[in-house]
Write a protein that binds this ligand. Structure first.
Ligand code: ZN
Length: 443
């Protein structure tokens, strides 16, 4: 079927003033000003109320944390005590909790215009061995693309680490399960719905064997590598004291300074490290809300961008943001970027590029992230029918500056997944009721 998405109010694509034609899962034509589609279409969708963006891509998250938003144990704490307090609560996570948390986080993301997301899942308490399987099942049911990362922690309290001993795994278990889920779910081909990446929680949270072994598996299975890096000054100091090197050196030593890797945060990178990451093609996901909430500094996003490193945007975990709204994250990134680079230093087009093409590059994808012929038909449609937009002039700038937060329609792989602001096939009230009951187990 050929679908003409016709005459949008505005669209973030050049030469598509009269819209785009979608066939199957892909965009097959951009229709320029004064033109009509080159071949007959089967159906048209009138988009004159809609501002159309490429489907937004969330490059970092922890779905399970939706169960512990605004948790009294985590309020007003610095990162390390925050992690210690919540790790003991997250250790209660069971398969049914993760399933409903994943469904809710994916739905929340989708309603904000997200069509592809990463999830960094590193909690594997006994009984939750199938965590990745559960997340894949839920993403497939909703129709969102996902790079699910098989996270890991092998250094626990008994070895001087932060996590409880019962949620740490040994090296063989981590690498064995990484290979299992790669074989089962990872699809490196263009248009993939599910990809798997390997993601030690931090290079300081696992033994070097896990870092090196993950990098080797990534080569063998053609997958990505992900980790938290340079989030706080304390971790840089700890790395220096313990290993006599900085975190980026540790990445290099373990085979991670490569185009396969993207990191979350990257707040305390120095100028030399920015250049090294740029040369190596390591992606950096800016997690603005989380960085602000935890009182951290500002990621050098523009410098990374200029150095050639893919820059993406992530909502980060819902316990260090309390929201899974990717459009909100776009606005946060603009505001925070201007703190560092000034009013003309970061534009609305920069942050939209980072949240689409940039995040897609972090995930190693060039088949999504732009509205262009041959790319997957992943798009987010916003209206300007709310008070917050009234009087706005530039429709695309308005989405970022006036604070768009809910998509009217979302298309992923050529299928409508959100229609009139509602997720297709999801009963939101029932979803929230089930999620609230599950969250009580973490009180
Ligand atoms: Zn995180």
């Amino acid at each position: 079927m050929r679908l003409w998405i016709k005459d949008p109010l505005a669209i973030l694509a050049k030469g598509a003033e009269r819209g785009v034609v979608v066939e199957g899962t892909r965009i097959v034509e951009l229709v320029g000003s004064g033109k009509t589609p080159a071949a007959p279409v089967d159906v048209s969708f009138e988009a004159s109320r809609h501002v159309i963006l490429p489907g937004l891509v969330n490059a970092h998250h922890h779905f399970y944390q939706t169960l512990t938003r605004a948790h009294p144990a985590g309020l007003d704490k610095e990162l390390a005590p925050w992690l210690v307090a919540l790790n003991s609560i997250w250790a209660r996570l069971k398969p049914r909790h993760l399933r409903i948390a994943t469904r809710l986080a994916l739905t929340e993301l989708m309603l904000s215009g997200c069509t592809t997301t990463a999830d960094h899942h590193q909690m594997f308490p006994p009984g939750l061995e199938d965590a990745i399987d559960i997340e894949v099942d839920e993403a497939r049911k909703l129709g969102l693309r996902m790079t699910v990362t098989r996270g890991s922690m092998s250094i626990s309290k008994k070895d001087g680490g932060l996590p409880l001993d019962e949620i740490a795994e040994d090296e063989d278990a981590i690498l064995g399960d990484s290979e299992r889920v790669l074989k089962l779910f990872h699809d490196p081909k263009p248009g993939a719905d599910i990809r798997v990446a390997l993601a030690p929680c931090s290079p300081l949270a696992v033994t070097r064997g896990v870092m090196v072994g993950s990098a080797r598996l990534a080569e063998r299975y053609d997958c990505r590598l992900h980790t938290h890096l340079s989030q706080t000054l304390e971790e840089e100091e700890y790395c220096q004291e313990t290993f006599g090197m900085r975190l980026v050196d540790l990445l290099e030593e373990t085979g991670w300074l490569s185009r396969r890797a993207w990191i979350a945060h990257g707040v305390y990178l120095n100028a030399g490290e920015v250049a090294r990451l740029g040369r190596a093609g390591v992606g950096v996901c800016n997690c603005a809300a989380s960085d602000m909430l935890l009182g951290l500094d500002v990621c050098p996003v523009k410098d990374l961008d200029a150095a050639g490193a893919p820059v993406g945007i992530g909502v980060d975990g819902s316990a260090s943001n309390d929201s899974s709204n990717i459009m909100e994250a776009v606005r946060h990134t603009l505001m925070l970027g201007r703190q560092r680079y000034g009013a003309s230093g970061v534009t609305h087009l920069d942050v939209l590029r980072w949240a689409t093409e940039g995040s897609a590059r972090c995930l190693g994808r060039d088949d999504i992230g732009r509205i262009a012929v041959g790319l997957e038909a992943d798009m987010a449609f916003f209206t300007l029918d709310e008070l917050r937009f009234s009087g706005a002039h530039d429709p695309i700038a308005a989405l970022v500056l006036c604070g768009a937060h809910r998509a009217d329609r979302v298309m992923a792989a050529g299928q409508w997944r959100v229609i009139d602001g509602a997720p297709v096939g999801v009963d939101l009230q029932a979803l929230m009721a089930e999620h609230r009951v599950a969250a009580r187990d973490f009180a």
